[in-house]
Design a protein around this ligand. Sequence first.
Ligand code: RET
Length: 287
Amino acid sequence: MLEAIAGDAAAIAQFGTFLEMTQPEIFEAVQDDALLSASFWVNIALAGLSILLFVYMGRNVKDPRAQLIFVATLMVPLVSISSYTGLVSGLTISFLEMPAGHALAGEEVLTMWGRYLTWALSTPMILLALGLLAGSNATDLFTILVADISMCVTGLAAALTVSSHGLRWFWYFISCMFFLVVLYVLLVKWPEDAKANGTAEIFNTLKILTVAMWLGYPIFWALGAEGIAVLDVAITSWAYSGLDIVAKYIFAFLLLNWVAKNESVIADMPSVGVDRSGASGAAPADD
Ligand code: RET
């Protein structure tokens, strides 16, 4: 009985770490930090403008594959506006006490965990649009999407783990392994498909933009308050917001502008399927 109560007390204490500050208090803390709150509001404004612009740009697109690229890409600013509204309202931000071994051990660090959560929705949309542009087969598309969502969820786990400093970095390492899978498909598999399907030029531009921007996220995570803490929270938040502006809105504009002008190229591409020609054992038995 006593053990159960002690267990409950420990659980409540642990839970208390997450809930020590109320949502209005977190909201106030964000508003008081002009630099931090600007990093959120700028993205809410840009996401809103992007949504209107992309709907306008897609008004005459008729081909179903081109329409799918438009819908997937439009989801990016839609998720973004929701994500930043969650952050600015204090709903998806917590102050977490860092474990022993962390540069800010024992201090409450502002953790923007809503970012990692919503990346699990926005980044697959970016990759789906890119995969459709390249003419990916179903296997590569499934692989990259699963690896990408896993990268975001394990990144979320890295940010929320407060029990052990070592385990925070172990989650980070796992997330990086998933990221390598994403990079492999983007840099090795899809360029071949894009070449075969006549979309190599635009695909390569977007590939370089995507890889360059996406590499910034784990770097800023590691340098920010959640990692080795050489950058403060507002600077880290601006770094993510800046990367978001290029990786989401500028990326999406370039992609949709090209698709709207080259709808016939997209319309002629093969549908997403499982290509059995290169698979070992795929040839019919010779008997
Ligand atoms: C984390 C930390 C753990 C290690 C790795 C990460 C990678 C994150 C990336 C995020 C990209 C986000 C984008 C969002 C747009 O909406 C989670 C920071 C590898 C690559 C493009």
